[in-house]
Design a protein around this ligand. Sequence first.
Ligand code: SF4
Length: 252
Amino acid sequence: MDPTAANPPGVRTANVQLTVRGRKLGVRISVPDRDVRPAELLPFYRSMSEAMMNMVTHDAAASGYSVSCKAGCGACCRQLVPISAIEARRLAKLVEQMPEPRRSEIKRRFQEAIEKTARADLLARMSNPQDADPRAMREINLEYWKLRIPCPFLENESCSIYADRPIACREFLVVSDPRHCSEDRPDNVRALGPPAGPISHRLPRPYRSPGGKPIDWVPLILSLDFAMRHRNEPDARPATQWVNEFFEGLPK
Ligand code: SF4
C-alpha cells in the first residue's frame, strides 16, 4: 500500500492501482493508522466489493444488460446467503445491541429458520460447508432455495439492516427478469459476479471447521450460533498489514 494522498490524523489514505484478472482498477482507500481487528476493516472490505461490482455493472451495461434488482423485491433474501465468519460475528453483535422486544423477535426468526432447515434434513449438511463436497453443496443450495426461508432481517420485502448487510448481499445483482428469482429453481437467474470471486470469501479466515479447513463462509441463518461457538477474535494487527494481505490474495 503506497500512500500517495494526504492523511488526516489517525487515518491512512492511499490511492491504489490494482490489476484484477487483467483488469486495471484504481481505488482510494482509507484505513485506521493503528492496530485493528478485521471487523474494524469491514468498511474497507465493503468498499473493495463496491469498486469491483461497479466494474462488472459497467461491463454488463456496455453489453446491454442492466441490473433488475429493485427496492421492495426480497426474492434473493430467501436463499442460502454465504457470509464471512467475520461478518457472522458482526451480525450477532448487531442483534445483541438491538433494543427489546426487537432483539427477541429477530432471534425468534433465526430460530424458526434453523428449525425449518432441520425439519428438511438440511441443517447438519449445511453446518460445515467447507467440509462438504462442492457437488453436495450445490444440492444443498437448491434444497434451501426451494424452502423459501426468509432471512431473519427481511421485513416487508426489504432489508431491515441495509447499512450493515453482509458483502454477499451487496454483491448479488441480477440482470435477468426478476420473475425468475421466485421460480422453483434458480436456473434462469443471471447474476453478476465480482471479478475476484466473492469478496466475503477473501476476508481474513481465522477460524477452522471441524475438518480442519479455514472457514471462508457461514450460512447467514447460522451467524448467531457461529458467534456463540467462536467467541475469540483474531489479534489486532496494523490495518495496513490486513489490507496488504487482502491485495496480495487477489487474482492478478
Ligand atoms: S441481510 Fe438483508 S439483504 Fe441480506 S439476505 Fe438478509 S434481508 Fe436480504
